[in-house]
Design a protein around this ligand. Structure first.
Ligand SMILES: [Zn+2]
Length: 421
């Protein structure tokens, strides 16, 4: 395989190429190895309930002689009461995940070292999870396309918190209290639930897989906690043998079925779990859409759906019609459920696909393997060449002063990479 040319040539070639492969929307060169400006990207929402199985602690804050886990007050709308909850910060989950993805990348990547907080800005993970150019002497930032929501526990702090003393035992004297002295630390006990939500925006399949790899393996190997060397343990919560995991996928970023969000103030696990169970139940989903004014046809097998005639006369918002004269009725949807996979269609057009329970885990696992393949096959040089062409295009002086040029990011604007913990 011939060596790629040096940097100036790459630049010149990429700019020439850019003219040919500009994507229509942005006028910037299309990317294929990263979703940053690729065609055929998807938006994916991953909702999952994690249940503590061992002991976990989130945060390294200390009080006098006590390491504390992060908590916060939330409000209950019905009576305005304050409810004290555990917090699993999105930035913490994100930090653990990013490190795990770096490990996967580093098995094959030949580029410059890249790790939190010294991110390289030129590897596929920087262009997925984001970076701030100022740390690399570059005049660009990349926003993260993986968005981690902070998780609020279902159970209250008063029922789920315990304090343990951690002290070193001298093997000979059997005396406790090592160099650090006797030290107390708070832990979250087994059985506490954390609903987690992650949005992956404009991503390629392998990028979904990079997140999936971190999510599945960090759960599997108990890395979601401070001090994971010594404790930890979380698993996907289950109901009737099905993990409470829902993955929603849409090519256009349109999700008629809302992600199953458990209210922060909810303290009853049964009620909280029902939010996820309802999100997997065809009748509940149909009712939710009908309450919004949709006419819904359901289908639980693979045969072709038939148009729902009874709703045709109430079609609205349909002024434009379709080119063939077959009016698309904007309030008609078809819900199809087969083996844990639910699709929402309008005419023959799939708006979104929902994977539930074991099928959702299977979706993530399959994408994880795609990410591994991508990391194996991706040439560092090819990636650099493509991204350099994109960087050249976005840093080229713009014809008008309004277009996004270098140095326009305001202080404090979130690129999504600054807060990994
Ligand atoms: Zn990097």
């Amino acid at each position: 395989m011939p060596r790629k040319k040096s940097q100036p040539n790459v630049t010149a070639m990429s700019q020439a190429d850019a003219a040919k492969t500009q994507s229509a929307g942005t006028g910037l060169p299309e990317t294929t190895h990263t979703g940053v400006n690729a065609k055929n990207t998807k938006t994916v929402l991953v909702s999952a309930v994690l249940e503590v199985t061992g002991q976990v602690r989130f945060g390294d804050g200390t009080d006098v002689g006590l390491t504390v886990t992060e908590t916060d007050m939330v409000l209950r709308p019905s009576d305005g009461a304050q409810v004290h909850k555990f917090i699993f910060a999105g930035s913490k989950r994100r930090g653990v995940d990013r490190r795990t993805i770096h490990e996967l990348r580093d098995q094959h990547w030949k580029g410059a070292p890249c790790y939190v907080p010294r991110l390289c800005g030129e590897c596929p993970i920087c262009w997925l999870y984001g970076f701030t150019g100022t740390t690399q002497g570059k005049n660009i930032n990349a926003k993260s396309r993986v968005l981690y929501a902070t998780s609020v526990s279902v159970e209250e702090v008063q029922v789920g918190r315990n304090t343990h003393s951690r002290n070193q035992v001298d093997e000979k004297t059997q005396m406790t209290a090592g160099a650090a002295g006797i030290h107390e630390e708070e832990i979250i006990v087994a059985g506490v639930h954390f609903p987690t939500y992650t949005a992956l925006v404009h991503v390629l399949d392998w990028e979904i897989g990079a997140f999936a790899h971190a999510f599945l393996e960090n759960e599997n190997s108990n890395r979601y906690t401070a001090a994971s060397r010594a404790q930890g343990g979380m698993k996907f919560a289950k109901h009737d043998g099905q993990p409470l995991v829902v993955v929603d996928e849409s090519a256009q970023g349109i999700f008629p079925l809302a992600a199953p969000k458990i209210p922060g103030w909810e303290t009853d696990w049964k009620a909280a779990g029902k939010v996820f169970r309802d999100a997997m139940d065809l009748d509940c989903l149909k009712a939710a859409l009908e309450a919004q004014g949709f006419s819904v046809t359901t289908n639980t097998n693979s045969t072709t759906e038939e148009a729902n005639g009874e709703a045709s006369q109430e079609a609205q918002g349909n002024e434009t019609g379709s080119k063939e004269g077959n009016a698309v009725q904007s309030n008609q949807l078809i819900l199809r459920h087969q083996d844990g996979v639910i699709t929402v269609k309008q005419e023959d057009h799939i708006l979104m696909t929902r994977y539930t329970g074991a099928k959702a885990l299977g979706y993530l696992r399959q994408k994880q393997l795609e990410a591994k393949q991508k990391m194996l096959s991706l040439s560092t040089e090819n990636f650099r060449q493509e991204i350099q062409g994109y960087i050249n295009a976005i840093t080229k002086p713009a014809p008008t002063s309004e277009a996004g040029g270098p140095g326009e990011q305001k202080a404090g604007e979130d690129t999504g990479d600054g807060g990994d913990e």
